[in-house]
Design a protein around this ligand. Structure first.
Ligand code: ADP
Length: 615
C-alpha cells in the first residue's frame, strides 16, 4: 500500500551539485555524518521538550526523550531513531530536500577546487547537514511521524542520485528513524566500537541520552550549572570543542552567575584562533540560549553585540517566558538585561586578563582586536571601557610590545600635551615617514595605526584623559614647540621659498619652512581642508573620481640639498636644474605619502637629473 502512494521528486539543480560534491569529494571525514544525524535528533528532541513546557498538546507525550542507534553488520545497516518532533510531508519536501545555508554550496566548491583546506572544523562549521549521510550510504530511508495529534507517518527514500520518493509510512509513534544502507567504504559504521568512538569524540555533551544497542554512551551534564571549580579543565575543554566545533582548546573561559532582578548562568569561551573572516561571523556559532537546561536557540544573536561575537558558550536563564513566541522572547526586558550584563562582564574579564595575563591578552588582541575595536563606534555606553582595552604599537615599542593609552600617557614627557598617532599600512613604512622626525627628536611617542579599521575608529575617540588624539600630519607643530615659527630673515630663503611656491602652485596648497623635519629635505602635510592620508587613500579606492585636497609642502632649509639649491639660486636663478629638482622633490615626498601623480613623469625627470649630475 505504501508503494501505491509513492511519489517521486527531483532534487533541485543546486542540491544535485551539493550531493555530487558530498559523494565524490568529502571523503576525508565521513564520520561527521553521525554528528549531523545526532545533532538533528537532538534538535528534534529539544523541540518536543520545549513544546511540552509550553503546554502544547503532543502525541505520545510520555515517550522518553532519547536517541537510539542500532547496527547490523551483516546487512550493512545503520539505524538511528529519536522520539523527537518528527516531520510532516511538507517538512520532508521543504526541509530535507533543500540546502540549509546558501553559503554552503559556494564553500564546498572552493573546498573542492583546493582553495580551502578541508579541515574538519570548517566542514563542521558549514555543516552539510543531513546529506552527509551520502558519504557513507548508498540508500537512505527516513521513517517519521510528526508530533501533532493526528499526523500520519511518512517514508522518505533516496539513493542520493537525482531524486527521492515519499510514500505513506509505518511508524506508529512520534519521532524519526533513519536507516542507512552502508556502501562498501562505509561498512565500518555498522561496528559498535567505531560508533562509540565517534560519539565520544563529537557528541558527548548532547543533552539527551544516546543508547547504542541498549548501552547508554554519552555523559549528559549541564556544566554551566556546576560551580566553576567543580568542573575539570579537561571536561570544560571537551565541552568547548563540542559546542564550537573547534578542534583546539579555547584560549580562555569565564563563568557568569547572576541572581537578582534577572537570573542566569553562563559559561563563555574565547577561542584560541580567529575564524577565517573575522568581520563575517554569520556562519559562526556564538552563544546558545537555554532555559533551565533546555535549549531554546543555537547561536542566539540577540545575546551579544556584533563586536563581541567571537565569544562561544551557553547562557541559561529561567527568566524568559517560554510559552510565547521567539520574537517576544528576544525583545523581552529580561533579554536586554542579560545582554547588558554579558557585555559588561565580558569587558571586565578582558580588562582583568589584560592586566594579569598580558601574554594571553596579546594573543586575544591580535586575533580579535580588530573586531573588538569596532565597539567604540557602535556601543557608546561602553565606549570608555573598550578604549581601555585598546593596545598599540608605537614609534618606541619593540616588536612584540603593545601599550594601552594609559601606559602611553604615563610615559609622556612633561612638554608633550597631546597624544600623537600616525596611520599607515605597515609598521615599517609608517616608521619611515619623515613627519615623525621632530617627534623622535623631542622624544614624543607616536601610536602606529596599522590596522585598516583603525582610521575609522581611533580618531573618533577624540580625547583620552583630557588629552587630544592628533594625527601627526595634522599636528600644529608651531603650537607644540611652544613658540612661534621663527621669522625667515634670510632673504635668500624667502626667494627660494617663493620659487618653490611658484613652481608647485598647481599641486600644493602652500610651501612652508618645516619645524618637524630633521634628516629629510621635505615632506607633505595635510592642508587646512584635507583629510589624513590613509582616509584619503580609502576614499580614492571607494570613489574613482575622488579629488584629494592639495597638501602643504614643508621644506627643511638645514638640509644639504636645500642649501645646494639656495646656492644654485644665488648663482643662476633661472638654472633649469632648479625647477627640475623642485618638481622632483615634490614627487619624492608624494611617493612617500602614497599620492604620487605620475610615476612615469617622475622617472623621466629623474633620468634627466642624473644625466646632468654625471656630465
Ligand atoms: P540543519 O540541521 O542545519 O537545519 P539538515 O540538513 O541537517 O540541516 O536538516 C534539515 C532539516 O530537516 C532540519 O532543520 C529539521 O527541520 C529536519 N530534520 C532533520 N532531521 C530531523 C529529525 N531527526 N527529526 C525532525 N526533523 C529533522
Amino acid at each position: 500500500m505504501a508503494q501505491e502512494n509513492s511519489q517521486q521528486f527531483e532534487y533541485r539543480a543546486e542540491m544535485k551539485q551539493l550531493l555530487h560534491l558530498i559523494i565524490h569529494s568529502l571523503y576525508t571525514h565521513p564520520e561527521i555524518f553521525l554528528r549531523e544525524l545526532i545533532s538533528n535528533s537532538s534538535d528534534a528532541l529539544n523541540k518536543v521538550r520545549f513544546r511540552k513546557m509550553s503546554g502544547d498538546a503532543l502525541r505520545d507525550a510520555d515517550q522518553p526523550l532519547e536517541i537510539r542507534i542500532s547496527l547490523d553488520s551483516k546487512q550493512h545497516l545503520f539505524t538511528i531513531s529519536d522520539t523527537g518532533i518528527g516531520m510532516t510531508r511538507d517538512d520532508l519536501i521543504n526541509k530535507i530536500g533543500t540546502i540549509a545555508s546558501s553559503g554552503t554550496l559556494e564553500f564546498l566548491k572552493q573546498l573542492k577546487e583546493g582553495q580551502k583546506n578541508p579541515e574538519e572544523t570548517l566542514i563542521g562549521q558549514f555543516g552539510v547537514g543531513f546529506y552527509a549521510v551520502f558519504m557513507v550510504a548508498d540508500e537512505v530511508t527516513v521513517e517519521t511521524c510528526a508530533a501533532g495529534p493526528d499526523e500520519p507517518a511518512w517514508r522518505w527514500q533516496s539513493t542520493g542520485e537525482g531524486a527521492y520518493t515519499i510514500s505513506a509510512g509505518e511508524r506508529k509513534t512520534r519521532g524519526t528513524t533513519i536507516t542507512l544502507r552502508l556502501k562498501e567504504s562505509g561498512q565500518e559504521f555498522a561496528r559498535a566500537y567505531k560508533i562509540r568512538e565517534i560519539i565520544t569524540k563529537y557528541s558527548n555533551f548532547v543533552t539527551f541520552p544516546i543508547f547504542l544497542e541498549n548501552d547508554r554512551i554519552n555523559t549528559v551534564e549541564a556544566l554551566w550549572h556546576k560551580k566553576p571549580d567543580e568542573v575539570k579543565e579537561s571536561e570544560r575543554t571537551e565541552f568547548y570543542k563540542f559546542i564550537s566545533g573547534d578542534p583546539d582548546a579555547p584560549l580562555a573561559h569565564f563563568s557568569i552567575n547572576v541572581e537578582g532582578s534577572v537570573n542566569f548562568k553562563a559559561l563563555l569561551f574565547v577561542p584560541q584562533h580567529a575564524p577565517h573572516d573575522l568581520f563575517n561571523l554569520q556562519h559562526e556559532k556564538s552563544l546558545s540560549l537555554y532555559s533551565n537546561k533546555v535549549l531554546i536557540q543555537h547561536d542566539c544573536k540577540e545575546l551579544l553585540p556584533e563586536y563581541l561575537r567571537f565569544l562561544k558558550g551557553v547562557v541559561d536563564t529561567s527568566d524568559l517566558p517560554l510559552n510565547v513566541s521567539r520574537e517576544v522572547t528576544q525583545s523581552s526586558p529580561a533579554m536586554q538585561k542579560i545582554r547588558n550584563i554579558i557585555i559588561s562582564k565580558t569587558l571586565a574579564f578582558l580588562q582583568t586578563t589584560a592586566e594579569e595575563n598580558t601574554a594571553q591578552y596579546r594573543t586575544f588582541y591580535k586575533n580579535f582586536g580588530p573586531l573588538l575595536k569596532t565597539g567604540i563606534n557602535s556601543d557608546f555606553e561602553n565606549r570608555e571601557k573598550i578604549v581601555e582595552l585598546l593596545r598599540f604599537e608605537t614609534s618606541k615599542t619593540g616588536e612584540d610590545e603593545i601599550l594601552s593609552l594609559k601606559e602611553y600617557c604615563a610615559r609622556m614627557p612633561a612638554d608633550q600635551k597631546e597624544i600623537y598617532f600616525l596611520a599607515g599600512e605597515q609598521r615599517e613604512s609608517v616608521l619611515n615617514n619623515p613627519n615623525l622626525e621632530i617627534f623622535r627628536k623631542n622624544g614624543w611617542e607616536t601610536l602606529l595605526l596599522t590596522e585598516p579599521v583603525d582610521i575609522f575608529i581611533i580618531p573618533a575617540i577624540g580625547t583620552y584623559a583630557g588629552k587630544n588624539l592628533v594625527s601627526i600630519d595634522q599636528a600644529d607643530i608651531a603650537a607644540l614647540s611652544g613658540g612661534k615659527i621663527e621669522k625667515i630673515e634670510n632673504s635668500l630663503h624667502v626667494s627660494l621659498i617663493n620659487l618653490f611656491k611658484e613652481t608647485l602652485k598647481d599641486v600644493v596648497e602652500d610651501v612652508v619652512v618645516s619645524k618637524r623635519l630633521v634628516d629629510s629635505p621635505a615632506t607633505l602635510v595635510t592642508g587646512k581642508n584635507g583629510m589624513n592620508t590613509p582616509l584619503e587613500k580609502m576614499m580614492r579606492l571607494m570613489q574613482k573620481d575622488f579629488k584629494p585636497a592639495k597638501k602643504i609642502m614643508e621644506i627643511n632649509l638645514d638640509h644639504p640639498l636645500l642649501q645646494n639649491l639656495s646656492r644654485l639660486y644665488l648663482t643662476d636663478s633661472a638654472h633649469p636644474l632648479l625647477r627640475s629638482c623642485i618638481f622632483q622633490l615634490f614627487d619624492s615626498v608624494s611617493l612617500l605619502d602614497g599620492t604620487i601623480p605620475s610615476v612615469a613623469a617622475m622617472v623621466k625627470r629623474m633620468n634627466t637629473i642624473m644625466e646632468q649630475a654625471t656630465k
